[in-house]
Write a protein that binds this ligand. Structure first.
Ligand code: NAD
Length: 516
């Protein structure tokens, strides 16, 4: 196992930053051994309210600081993320059990999103003129008012990068953040936050709370000015109801049952390699991982053989470092969930094509990446999100059948097409119902495109992160329009009567000139 600079002293110093006045802690175990890695302090409702109050104060100065100052600090934080990568990689691996390659994807994404938002915020959010309703008579400008304190709630699976996807645009837009971190992943989040604090971002501007979701999470949803939630569709629905009652905005990044389509003009071994990465790179514990594989009949035999062969020769394990192809499931609860989905499918007649066994000799929650065939609608794995290590393979007879099958179900987060012909792939991509579609890649092409929106359709979410859309979540547009005095707008009945012909002529002229 690779030696790490992460130590219990470091963990204690990081968890000191959690806003928690109670003496309560919760033990957090590492997937590498199952032993307790550290004790995470628990916040209570008062801690959340205090953190929001302090963040609200800090936000006033942050909003006044302006784009240039914020950009300078965020770009410095970007550099610190890259400089501290080895420590961040160790923490991610220790907390999640994922491979170093996957951990690197998190860091790369966090740096990209920081750079994008630092640079793009001014262009997207600066005050600008809009075409006025009555040219010459009225001038119109729009400015963007930061919403205040964003409440960010994140899950355990991609703790560091998912934090960055919501926190950084909020900061770049001039907001403050109070984040409820999931227990597993809190160290990675706190170490990421340190990069920003050391770059000059005031401590109170990004506060981290942790602890029981029904107290800490719910208090945050009661008091924040905007809510960013990433997690299951069931919890997302509750957050949306609360936001609705309070009439505050919310972006919801929820579950998926993502489909990858393998067309019959691909090279089977290459397509199998891409499919396995798309399905199991984080042991399937990634919102955009593939759980349904639709392969065209003509290529199904060689594709299936390549899939099984590659899985048999893959290396599995939760050790620190770059050795393994696939890591571990993140927790005992995850192992139980995966086993339950698999047992249900097998009991109802599914066939295990590859994998299908727990591997406790490698790590307490290690499980072989599993591909099933013969999956039918009464099995849980058919339409329910497993969120770990199990994917189902289906044969389809045509492109249209593949699209129809991929679009079935209640989710619409991510989809992918593996194709030899770009034209055929794009035609299919245009017909898929998902917030992102990847061609000849599982998820990284869209995941890495931080200037483009990311989110879900159907039950996979509301709102978008990344791109201008991701920044615009955190501001209220304010229209400032002024009468120029060139022509007095009518105020009395007589004035309306005399000006009406002129205004009608103006409306006709604007249409003739094709002015909006
Ligand atoms: P979850 O909904 O159980 O928990 C997510 C977060 O919400 C955790 O921090 C949890 O403590 C908190 N929470 C739970 N109940 C709460 C409440 N009542 N009020 C406020 N906060 C509350 O989800 P999970 O099991 O931790 O994560 C896995 C799910 O997240 C999967 O469905 C996965 O697809 C989804 N996910 C989606 C995305 C995306 O971008 N769409 C990304 C990652 C994960």
């Amino acid at each position: 196992m690779r030696a790490t600079t992460a130590s219990s002293d470091l963990f204690a110093s990081l968890t000191d930053d959690v806003i928690a006045s109670t003496a309560d802690t919760v033990p957090v175990a590492t997937p590498s051994t199952g032993a307790t890695l550290h004790e995470l302090p628990c916040s209570n409702g008062d801690d959340v309210r205090d953190a929001v109050a302090r963040a609200r104060l800090a936000q006033l100065a942050w909003a006044r600081a302006g784009f240039a100052e914020r950009r300078r600090m965020l770009l410095r934080a970007h550099d610190l993320i890259l400089e501290r990568r080895e420590l961040l990689l160790d923490l991610i691996q220790l907390e999640s059990g994922k491979t170093r390659g996957q951990a690197f994807e998190e860091i790369f994404l966090a740096a990209s999103v920081t750079r994008y938002n630092a640079v793009a915020a001014r262009r997207v959010l600066r005050r600008h003129r809009r075409r006025s309703g009555i040219p010459g008579v009225v001038t119109t400008r729009v400015r963007y008012q930061p919403k205040g304190v964003a409440g960010v709630i994140t899950p355990w699976n991609f703790a560091l990068s998912l934090a960055a996807l919501d926190v950084v645009p909020a900061l770049a837009a001039g907001c403050a953040v109070v984040q409820k971190a999931d227990e597993q992943g809190a160290l990675s989040i706190l170490a990421l936050r340190r990069c920003f604090v050391d770059a000059g971002v005031p401590e109170a501007l990004w506060a981290v709370v942790a602890g029981p979701p029904n107290e800490v999470g719910e208090t945050l949803t009661d008091v924040a000015d905007y809510l960013c939630f990433t997690g299951s569709t069931a919890t997302g629905r509750m957050i949306a109801e609360k936001a609705g009652r309070r009439l505050v905005g919310a972006s919801l990044e929820l579950g998926g049952k993502n489909a990858i389509i393998v067309l019959d003009d691909v090279e089977p071994a290459e397509a199998a390699r891409s499919t396995l990465h798309a399905a199991f790179s984080a042991m399937g514990q990634l919102c955009v991982s593939m759980e349904r594989i639709y392969v065209e009949r003509r290529i199904a035999g060689p594709f299936q053989r390549a899939l099984v062969e590659q899985l048999r020769s893959a290396e599995l394990g939760p050790a620190l470092g770059s050795g393994a192809d696939f890591g571990s499931l993140a927790s005992e609860a995850q192992l139980e969930r995966v086993q339950a989905h698999l047992d249900d499918a097998v009991a109802k007649g599914a066939i295990v094509l590859a994998g299908g066994r727990a591997r406790p000799e490698l790590g307490p929650w290690c499980f072989e990446p599993t591909v099933l065939t013969g999956v039918t609608p009464e099995m849980r794995v058919f339409a329910e999100e497993t969120f770990g290590a199990v994917a189902s393979l289906y044969l389809v007879g045509s492109d249209d059948e593949a699209v129809f099958a991929a679009n079935s179900g209640e989710y619409g987060l991510n989809a992918a097409v593996l194709a030899g012909s770009g034209r055929r792939a794009r035609r299919i991509a245009d017909a898929l119902q998902a917030g992102s579609v990847n061609i000849n890649e599982g998820y990284r092409a869209s995941f890495a495109s931080v200037a483009a929106p990311m989110g879900g359709v159907k039950q996979s979410g509301l709102g978008r992160r990344n791109g201008p859309e991701g920044l615009l979540r955190f501001v209220d547009p304010v229209t400032v329009a002024a009468a120029t005095g060139l022509l007095q707008l009518p105020r009395t009945a007589r004035e309306y009567e005399t000006r009406m012909p002129l205004l009608l002529a103006l409306a006709r002229a604007l249409k003739a000139l094709r002015r909006r």
